[in-house]
Design a protein around this ligand. Structure first.
Ligand SMILES: Cc1cc2nc3c(=O)[nH]c(=O)nc-3n(C[C@H](O)[C@H](O)[C@H](O)COP(=O)(O)OP(=O)(O)OC[C@H]3O[C@@H](n4cnc5c(N)ncnc54)[C@H](O)[C@@H]3O)c2cc1C
Ligand SMILES: *[C@@H]1O[C@H](CO)[C@@H](O)[C@H](O)[C@H]1NC(C)=O
Ligand SMILES: *[C@@H]1O[C@H](CO)[C@@H](O)[C@H](O)[C@H]1NC(C)=O
Ligand SMILES: *[C@@H]1O[C@H](CO)[C@@H](O)[C@H](O)[C@H]1NC(C)=O
Length: 547
């Protein structure tokens, strides 16, 4: 883009000059949002936003920003409260808690340049914004903003396969189900989410665990290029070579560094589009052996990285159940030797079968319905039989205490961060998550819960908070405590980034300072996990930060 090119020419003067004197900031001194907008062809003086900077009347900032967006892009790209499309949009978030939020307007960019304009208009007016990809973050403000501009990528749904089928460029308006559908004919796929309707944007920026992660790593560790709109509205292709520090930060740093307008993934081969997987459900008499089988499978992953599993512990009508997911990266999953620890267990239901990746992802949508209040809230422990058994038992001990909350359906989920996954994290310069091979394998343990009424929100959060505190203290007593908190399963009260470790946090802050010197993505995009805080800091709830 022109502005970025001019800037590089003057500030960096090519690679040699850059080596001689590092600029202090990616943004030119005297940066002026009005001038940047004008360079993009926006006639700022004709816009409602133009009179604002001098009057600084806060309550007009967002109306002016939204009217300006309408003036520039037309009503087809800007939805406001009186439009039918407004309620359709807010109603399409996975969690009702996000659906309850009412933005001043909804903006639908068609291309990266449009995203540059909205960032610059936000800077000019100081109207805050949020960005939505698949809308699966569960808490208020994560991808929808009260009174501000909510940016949605529904007009940016390209999936482009390179000629050699080695790379796939994905715009963030896609859900994973859409991506897998589009890739099936080429017999390739990518390390994306396991549930069809989850978005490509949020999942990838927070980490991203795939059915193929034991074989190829997490989503964030399979992105070769991020096309990013920076705080200055510059559009840059971020690779390990071009912008090594920003590339590192984007591999798990969330929405703190820019708005990603395309992810170029490494493609993975998937002959016939086929894999294997499904759910087997077990009863309480098998719980002890099942837990041990899970422990074995996670430990044995290096023997067969095609395989993966999670356990969802739950209770239905007073009956304790374990819904266990098994999957395999090829159709030959049913008879794999790695499942031997399960040989004497009796599943009361079994949906495992050979299937296409996209059919499998779509099938998972059914167990993750829309229309409820929702929370994901989790922690990480080091692997081991005792800690797994304890976490399970503590959950079933606490579970009845939530029984009188209308519609409450808490589930405790165990997953492995296997040593195979961790090894892939160090490819291409590594990532900022702070997960070390020396600690691995790890278990991600999180509560997923839905319920019906807003009055019960705090009851649910307190109940989970208490449960996690108990699991954490059992883990500590067993020497199995681990600091990591997975952003994509983080609750509104968890200070996720603080747990990436002090060195990574320092580095992330200095990278943000360089690329975003006025902290646009901290202040004007306040939702989700920020560099220095939980989405909603509140001492009454488990934050994951140890004193
Ligand atoms: C039913 C269900 C299944 C799930 N399955 C998996 C799974 O298999 N593996 C896994 O790892 N996780 C999984 N998750 C967790 C999931 O990764 C997170 O909920 C993630 O935030 C969802 O991404 P999204 O794009 O749908 O969400 P959104 O709510 O749209 O976005 C989440 C955050 O990312 C930001 N963001 C989104 N796109 C961009 C962008 N292009 N540029 C900058 N910021 C952006 C948003 O602003 C927001 O703050 C699942 C969650 C649910 C609810
Ligand atoms: C930014 O540029 C515009 C147009 O050139 C000018 O009117 C305005 O005063 C500038 N703002 C600042 C803070 O320099
Ligand atoms: C980013 O890369 C793509 C293709 O690889 C190219 O078409 C585009 O112009 C690049 N964008 C910038 C801003 O350099
Ligand atoms: C299953 O049962 C058989 C027969 O009792 C036994 O030999 C085998 O070790 C058991 N397998 C496991 C994983 O416990």
């Amino acid at each position: 883009m022109k502005t970025a090119a001019l800037f590089f020419a003057s500030v960096l003067g090519g690679a040699h000059a850059a080596a001689l004197s590092q600029p202090e900031s990616f943004e030119p001194a005297g940066f002026n949002a009005t001038q940047e907008l004008e360079r993009l062809g926006v006639q700022v003086k004709d816009l409602p936003a133009s009179s604002l900077s001098t009057r600084s009347l806060e309550q007009y900032a967002c109306p002016a920003a939204c009217l300006s967006l309408s003036a520039i892009f037309g009503r087809d790209s800007v939805v406001t409260e009186n439009d039918d499309a407004y309620d359709q949009f807010t109603g399409a978030f996975w969690s009702e808690i996000q659906a309850d939020v009412d933005p001043q307007c909804i903006f639908k960019p068609s291309k990266a340049e449009d995203v540059s304009v909205v960032v610059l208009l936000s800077r000019l007016t100081q109207c805050p914004f949020a960005v939505k990809s698949g809308g699966h973050a569960a808490f208020a403000g994560a991808s929808n903003i009260e009174g501000g501009i909510t940016v949605t990528f529904e007009k940016m749904q390209d999936v482009t396969v390179s000629c050699d089928k080695q790379k796939v460029k994905i715009q963030p308006g896609n859900t994973w189900g859409q991506v897998y559908d589009k890739l099936a004919k080429d017999e390739i796929t990518v390390t994306g989410g396991r549930v069809g309707k989850v978005g490509t944007g949020g999942l990838t920026l927070g980490g991203g665990i795939s059915y193929f992660s034991n074989k190829y790593g997490w989503a964030c560790d399979n992105v070769l290029t991020y096309e990013v709109v920076t705080a200055a509205g510059f559009i840059i292709n971020v690779t390990e070579k071009s912008n090594p520090s920003l590339y590192w930060a984007l591999r798990g740093g969330g929405n703190n560094f820019g708005i990603v307008t395309a992810f170029t993934f490494r493609a993975i081969p998937l002959p016939g589009g086929l894999m294997w997987g499904g759910t087997k459900t077990y009863l309480e008499n098998d719980f002890s052996d099942l837990t041990e089988a899970f422990v074995q499978t996670i430990a044995n992953t290096p023997d067969d990285p095609n395989a993966g599993t999670w356990i969802a512990w739950l209770s239905q009508g007073g009956m304790k159940l374990a819904a266990t997911e098994f999957w395999y990266a090829t159709p030959e999953g049913a008879d794999a030797a790695i499942w031997e620890p399960y040989e004497n267990l009796t599943a009361i239901a079994d949906s495992t079968k050979e299937r296409t990746h996209h059919e499998y992802a779509h099938a998972q949508d059914e167990s993750n319905p829309y229309g409820f209040r929702e929370v994901y809230y989790g922690l990480t422990v080091k692997a081991g039989s005792e800690v797994a058994a304890k976490a399970r038992d503590v959950f079933f001990e606490e579970q009845p205490k939530l029984a009188d909350v209308e519609g409450a359906n808490p589930v405790l989920i165990f997953q492995g961060i296997t040593t195979e996954q961790i090894k892939h994290m160090s490819a291409r310069g590594g990532n900022p998550l702070g997960i070390n091979l020396a600690d691995g394998p790890l278990y991600l343990i999180h509560v997923a819960c839905w319920w019906s009424n807003a009055e019960d929100d705090e009851r649910v959060y307190s109940w989970i908070s208490n449960l996690l505190t108990r699991i954490e203290s059992e883990a500590s007593a067993l020497g199995k405590q681990n600091d990591y908190i997975y952003m994509n399963y983080g609750s509104l009260y968890e200070n996720v980034i603080a747990n990436y470790g002090p060195d990574n946090v320092d580095k992330l802050n200095s990278i943000a300072k360089f690329y975003d010197p006025t902290a646009v993505f901290q202040k004007l995009q306040p939702g989700h996990f920020k560099l220095d805080r939980a989405p909603v800091p509140d001492d009454r709830f488990w934050s994951g930060v140890r004193s």
